[in-house]
Design a protein around this ligand. Structure first.
Ligand code: FAD
Length: 392
């Protein structure tokens, strides 16, 4: 019988993996399990928050993937029995597999930050999964009075897309600059340093002087509790009342990974870097934001590259062929204003049972406007290419 591969999660990692599996071996029976009929992408969702883009441009369906002969199971996986190799759904049905790929993305840790639970997220949106949360934050910012304080709380690493909080601060500043110029943005950060920091700081000085203040870990920027009733945010050293509180809480692998037994005590899923095989449970691979292996990045481009590399490892293993060590190309663009972008590009490869980053190039600090403009255009091309590649 044809080997059965089930993929849980139709995001950047899972959708790319399902398509690659089917392309590499048309004899495989591939099922993509995803409860949403429409996927809403996070990259470029900061533009939606800032009113520069509509959410519909972030949305993709699974029609083209289904047309390629991949079965779509439009339900959430509720249970996994790794020994029986079955997936259970809420309606009581089950699906058997030979290999399982977990690509569930992240879940918020609603138990990690006192005061911040699912109900609090309706008042203090995280907007760290795109969709309703993105629109809620946008509406709050549109409704804020001129002079209102916007607080962005950033957790310690690891988190999904480490530079995205600073891109968000930039684009919200762009909105405020023209609409509510007396408003300010305060970034409360549980880290001292972050990716492309100097580029962001220079851009803030140039484009938004005096509008964005950031307090890092050493200055007491770590948020220790929140109160959604009053929009109060408490840090190691201070207490702030926000007009808009964008609280990005600590994260972990999507809950189904823990149910499968693939997540460790950190909440993330340790993997073999060559095959993406779980180090904790048999016949299960984990890709995308849910997995952890040294410097492997939590980004859409990395998730998609991992999906393809994992598909190749599965197909080669099933055929008894040798495995090639993966080489993941990662590009991370940040847009700080329309027509002003910069990037970090790197190559990620297995080394000493982890992922190591090599050949990193960051945009120059002193680039002229036409280079920033070009990078903003390249970012738009990158999104188009990646989403066509992933969803067809
Ligand atoms: P996801 O894309 O989140 O997909 C997970 C899927 O699994 C979801 O569709 C979910 O419904 C499904 N799922 C979960 N549980 C189950 C279950 N039990 N059963 C079935 N399905 C399930 N990355 C970049 O590369 N460039 C950027 O510019 C960029 N910008 C970003 C900006 C923001 C504001 C944010 C928050 C993120 C950004 N990212 C960016 C990061 C990127 O969005 C993630 O790294 C990427 O989505 C990870 O892919 P994934 O497949 O692991 O998870």
């Amino acid at each position: 019988a044809a080997p059965r591969v089930a993929v849980i999660g139709g995001g950047f990692g899972g959708a790319a993996c399902a398509r690659a599996l089917r392309r590499l071996d048309v004899g495989l029976q591939v099922t993509l399990i995803e409860p949403s009929k429409t996927f809403t992408a996070c990259p470029f969702s900061n533009e939606v928050i800032a009113g520069l883009r509509e959410l519909s441009l972030q949305q993709f369906t699974y029609d083209k993937i289904a047309a390629e002969g991949i079965t779509i199971a439009a339900q959430a996986a509720a249970k996994i029995d790794v020994l029986a190799r079955t997936i259970g759904f809420a309606d009581g049905t089950t699906l058997s597999y030979d290999r399982l790929v977990l690509a569930p993305g992240i879940d918020m840790r609603f138990d990690a930050l006192p005061g911040y639970d699912e109900a609090a997220a309706e008042r203090m949106p995280h907007a760290w999964k795109a969709g309703e949360q993105t629109l809620l934050l946008r509406r709050q910012i549109e409704a804020v009075d001129d002079g209102g304080l916007i607080v962005i709380a950033v957790p310690a690493a690891p988190l999904r897309c480490p530079p995205a909080p600073y891109e968000r601060a930039s684009l919200i500043a762009h909105y405020l600059k023209t609409k509510k110029p007396r408003s300010k943005i305060l970034v409360l950060d549980a880290k001292d340093n972050y990716s492309q920091q100097k580029l962001f700081e220079n851009a803030w000085k140039e484009l938004y002087p005096g509008m964005i203040e950031r307090i890092g870990l050493s200055q007491g920027g770590r948020v220790t509790s929140v109160n959604p009733a009053t929009n109060e945010i408490v840090t190691d050293f201070g207490n702030y009342t926000a007009a808009v509180a964008n609280v990005i809480p600590p994260q972990r692998a999507g809950r189904i990974a823990e149910i499968a037994g693939a997540a460790d005590r950190t909440g993330w899923c340790p993997i073999d870097p060559v095959t993406f095989a779980s180090k904790l449970v048999p016949n299960v691979h984990v890709i995308g934001d849910a997995c952890i292996a040294g410097g492997i990045p939590k980004s859409a481009s990395a998730a998609s590259a991992q999906g393809k590399a994992c598909a190749a490892a599965i197909v080669n293993t099933l055929a008894g062929r040798p495995l090639d060590p993966p080489r993941l190309d990662g590009a991370c663009y940040n847009i700080v204003a329309p027509g002003y972008g910069f990037s970090l590009k790197g190559i990620y490869q297995p080394k000493d049972d982890q992922y190591a980053e090599t050949d990193v190039t960051t945009s120059p600090l002193d680039a002229p406007p036409d280079v920033r403009q070009l990078e903003a255009e390249q970012a738009a091309d990158w999104f188009k290419t990646l989403t066509v590649d992933t969803f067809g």
